[in-house]
Design a protein around this ligand. Structure first.
Ligand SMILES: Cc1cc2nc3c(=O)[nH]c(=O)nc-3n(C[C@H](O)[C@H](O)[C@H](O)COP(=O)(O)OP(=O)(O)OC[C@H]3O[C@@H](n4cnc5c(N)ncnc54)[C@H](O)[C@@H]3O)c2cc1C
Length: 509
């Protein structure tokens, strides 16, 4: 088994001991931490800071069935349909049937869902047949959710938070059980021992040039799990969001223009003001995301346009300021008055359906190793995610990981498989590798794919992975680059192997 370490002498590193380690402080990691028995010592870590996650940026909301004209079967049907026949139906049943209990728990700890006349407000998003999206602060659901969960976590004496500490590797013992992780803090390396390890490291957005994702999303947890021998699944399924704001100051992280705008009636227009989605799909702007994304790309290509436009100006200023305060403000900051102007948008990478394979309790094939949230593949999303099902997945399966750990008998750890050899070879030009990975993934592993392009990208990035693996990696950025290469290769291989288009995976050939 290959592993990358900064010093190569892990046995000499300082170490800590916990009952449970949770890697990631987004919705999945935080909710799992809150559901762990208070008698367990828990370490929870993030790579950069408490403000850097996809969860904190989530806008639209959380899907759940609340109204009497809707029912669990409808939500299940919509989820299966979006997943294009590749969902795990059992996992979808769990997701939907446990949704309301999780929402009640969130209300109990103070998550401020929007209400009107004392009743929860529900909106609709693409491919949902009913109004069932709960939101907070209009379009600031992720912020309110994360801040509330974090406040609760900080009250718990059994949970220790480590900020700015990066997971490098997951270490198993000689019996194959999860036993420890190695982490890097600036340039020092540590070991943290625990027999229960939850990976909740989020998505992979920064494998691509354009993404809505937080900069922390470089697929680290997935890459570390692969190195430790965990199974992965559905790697070819990457979701592109059709509408991200295009503006010169948004090159690192694109600002999302939530699907909820289209749910409220926003329409997509080309430069001539033509509503092109009408001829593409019966649901027009509310068609599944992959269909809208491809239609936009085709419209841009055909007419040589840098973007298309979203128009919601007809809703009026008062409504827009109240319902979409964050989007209103972010656009206004850039000189776009959404009550008056069309919003220039392009499709960008947004969500990852694939990841570390888990069962219904978040368990991987490695004893003691769990995964939840966007880095996991529970099977609920199949080939494409239904909008606002992902925060729900973080809650339902984050809690399920914790419940399983609470009831688990741990056995004494075996001897650790620590590496014995130092790697001395100097690092290649990792900045160039990193930049080329993003270019290749955007061009060949993006919205529209073909065999030749996938193969070329796979061969080139495999070479980077091999070169980086042979080197001593000295910094978090270098380890991230190796992780980006490893996960990219798996996405490209998945896309090559799946020759037919399905869901978010589209092969032009
Ligand atoms: C702009 C935007 C809007 C969205 N809107 C919605 C929505 O309205 N509804 C919905 O359901 N979904 C939405 N999504 C998707 C949803 O937000 C994510 O799928 C979900 O928040 C993922 O949560 P998570 O806990 O798995 O990961 P994240 O919230 O991304 O958290 C990942 C954590 O892992 C840590 N981490 C990563 N690598 C390492 C490492 N090597 N070492 C240590 N820590 C590490 C990070 O620091 C971070 O704390 C949106 C996504 C985006 C980007």
């Amino acid at each position: 088994m290959k592993r990358e370490f900064v010093t190569g002498k892990l046995s000499e590193c300082p170490s800590y001991n916990y009952d449970v380690i949770i890697i990631g402080m987004g919705a999945a990691g935080l909710y799992a931490a809150l559901s762990i028995d208070k008698s367990c010592n828990v370490a929870i870590l993030n790579k950069y800071s408490e403000e850097e996650s996809n969860s904190i940026n989530a806008q639209g909301g959380i899907a759940t069935v609340r109204l009497s004209d809707d029912c669990l079967e409808n939500h299940i049907r919509d989820t299966l349909k979006a997943g294009a026949g590749l969902c795990n139906e059992e996992a979808v049943n769990v997701l939907v049937s446990e949704s309301n209990a999780e929402i009640e728990r969130l209300i109990e700890i103070g998550v401020p869902f929007d209400t009107e006349n004392g009743r929860l407000c529900l909106s609709r998003e693409g491919a949902h047949s009913h109004d069932r999206i709960l939101h907070c602060g209009g379009d600031a659901t992720g912020y309110h959710l994360t801040v509330t969960l974090l406040k609760e976590v900080k009250k718990r004496e059994n949970i220790k938070i480590f900020n700015n500490l990066m997971l490098c590797d997951i270490i198993t013992d000689d019996k194959g059980n999860a036993a420890a992780i190695s982490v890097i803090d600036k340039n020092n390396e540590f070991l943290i021992y625990a027999q229960n390890i939850i990976i909740a490291t989020g998505g992979i957005g920064h494998l691509y040039r354009n993404s809505t994702n937080s900069v922390c999303c470089t697929g680290d947890g997935i890459a570390a799990a692969i190195r430790a021998g965990a199974n992965i699944d559905n790697m070819e399924f990457v979701q592109f969001h059709p509408t991200a704001l295009i503006h010169p100051d948004l090159s690192m992280k694109f600002f999302l223009i939530s699907e909820a705008l289209r749910g409220e009636g926003a329409i997509l227009l080309n430069r001539k003001g033509e509503r092109f989605m009408l001829k593409v799909h019966p649901l027009a702007e509310l068609a599944p995301r992959d269909i809208v994304s491809r239609a936009i790309i085709s419209e841009m290509k055909q007419n040589d346009l840098p973007c298309v436009y979203l128009d919601i100006s007809f809703k009026g200023r008062d409504f827009l300021k109240k319902r979409f305060p964050k989007i209103y403000e972010e656009c206004m900051k850039r000189g776009i008055d959404i009550a008056f102007n069309w919003i220039p948008v392009i499709p960008v990478q947004h969500y990852f359906m694939g990841g570390i394979t888990t069962d219904l309790w978040g368990r991987t094939n490695i004893n003691g190793l769990y995964a939840c949230g966007e880095c996991s593949c529970t099977g609920v999303h199949g080939a494409n995610r239904l909008a606002s099902n992902s925060l729900l997945e973080c809650l339902v399966f984050g809690r399920r990981c914790a419940l399983n750990i609470n009831g688990r008998q741990t056995v004494k750890a075996g001897k650790l498989n620590l590496p014995s050899k130092n790697k001395t070879k100097n690092i290649y030009d990792w900045q160039t590798y990193r930049s080329t990975i993003k270019d290749l993934m955007t061009k060949q592993g993006g919205i529209v794919r073909n065999k030749e392009g996938l193969k070329q990208a796979e061969e080139e990035i495999s070479l980077y992975e091999k070169n980086l693996s042979a080197c001593r990696l000295n910094s978090a950025a270098e380890i991230e680059t190796l992780n980006m290469a490893s996960v990219s290769v798996k996405i490209l291989q998945g896309a090559l192997n799946r020759e037919q288009s399905v869901g978010a995976h589209f092969r032009k050939d």
